[in-house]
Design a protein around this ligand. Sequence first.
Ligand SMILES: *Cc1c(COP(=O)(O)O)cnc(C)c1O
Length: 458
Amino acid sequence: MRYISTRGGVDGISFCDAVLMGLASDGGLLVPAQIPSLRDELAGLQGCTYQEIAYRVMAPFADDLPADDLRSLIQRSYGAFADERIAPLVAVSDQLHIMELFHGPTLAFKDVALQFLGNLFEYMLAKNDATLNLLGATSGDTGSAAIAGVRGKERINIFVMFPEGRTSALQERQMTTVLDDNVHSLAIEGSFDDCQAILKSAFADHDFKEQYHLGAVNSVNWARVLAQTVYYFSAWVQLGCPDRFEVAVPTGNFGNIFAGYIAREMGLPIEHLILATNANDILHRFFTTGQYQRGQVHHSLSPAMDIQIASNFERYLYFMFDRQADKVRGFMQSFADKGVAAVQFNTVNVDGRFKSGSVSDKETRQCIKDFYEQEGYVADPHTAVGIAVARQVRDPTLPLVCLATAHPAKFDEALGALGDGIDIRHEALEALRTSPSARQPWQRMRKRSKLSLQPTTD
Ligand SMILES: *Cc1c(COP(=O)(O)O)cnc(C)c1O
């Protein structure tokens, strides 16, 4: 499979090179030159394990990896999941199902992709006899999932900057309690934007970047999208292979839902992808008006979706413009210059199979409460955004899958609405409260002594 850039400046690179490149060198995003069809093989997925489905979905995209190597990468990546089905589908009512994507080590759906990416990096570095220093900035969720993906791995160090005091205490502990020697969580005095500014200036210094083999952990890596495509197929199999179904996706950077778009282009009968946003509704506005316009970032109950620029959206634009890179460049240039870009829906290839909606924090809280009272299921606030929008726009005659992107214990402040006596604690998070953290003085000392080779005595 050949990979090309959405802006036309990169062509003909392999899957492994696309993964190592991350962001395309012309500033665009890497996409496969063709989307392989799995139509004739869909029926054969029945009865397959998640890992087997993953192999069959990913193999055509990663044809420069030997089959046995891809299989073993998949096996290792999903070995750390607490549920052997990896992404179990829970039937809540007749036509409404929740697909739980939070059984990985950090209890959010980013593990599905980052566990795979960590193993893939390790594998490729060993092949090339190379090393990698990953540098990232996080406002919460991505940092811990990236750390969990590479902790203890040979040839990889990871440095994650987070704004001191501005992530939740739990999110901070999910990073700072990982004591592997290759993991470095850096508390920055400042905001998330300050962390990103440091990141940008490090990557802008090309000599520094080369000398230290700097790599990025960001949501635009093609391997992340690919790994996420798999659970759409698994959802369909677990539903019993219906003729058509709908999927609701709590959306921020457009990575998760774009994976659904790829699954549909491969032939999976997804009738509608339901794009659900919180008050940060730039994508909902695009899908209803054709206008892509930047606004202020609103802080919401679903912080992992508090974004104004959806980094994976450019991939969709590329297909919407029928693969004309010049049109993508024009659109993105207009957006960069003026903060707004627009399309006329009748002039582009929009297939009408996206539905969208946006809900407020108040509606999200109400949805968590109603869903618990009516269905007995506790949804985290991100998941609840998806359910709330789906209830507004779904086709009730079709089976619906709502993607659950985080375990409710991870974002428990929104659960006050449920009243007392509801225990959604998760043992992995409880253990964090008492785990030693790199922030404790003795621990800092230990790390410092390792780095400076100056043993401290106290
Ligand atoms: C990252 C994240 C999202 C948003 O996913 P995108 O791929 O950025 O659209 C939703 N929910 C949770 C819990 C997340 O961590």
